[in-house]
Design a protein around this ligand. Structure first.
Ligand SMILES: [Zn+2]
Length: 83
């Protein structure tokens, strides 16, 4: 996903959609994250098996997800707590 320099500004934010690689889960973010950071510590390198991990804190009211019933569901899907 390529973002313009102002893509994360709350005034110019365009909702973002995404999905996992098997298409079982899709999601939409309707407002910019409160915080986004990249960590290069060895623990964060181990979790995704990559050089870094990208983490964002988002308000649950600005996030929705959808499970595609046509795709077999993961065995250990953890539900997201909603207020
Ligand atoms: Zn870390």
């Amino acid at each position: 996903m390529k973002l313009s320099p102002n893509a994360m500004s709350s005034l110019t934010f365009t909702p973002l959609t995404g999905r996992c690689s098997c298409a079982a889960l899709s999601c939409t973010l309707t407002a910019p994250p409160l915080i986004t950071h990249i960590c290069y510590c060895t623990w964060c390198q181990r979790e995704p098996g990559a050089i870094c991990a990208v983490n964002s804190i988002i308000e649950s009211s600005n996030f929705t997800y959808h499970l595609n019933p046509a795709v077999s569901q993961p065995l250990a899907l953890i539900p997201v707590a909603r207020p």
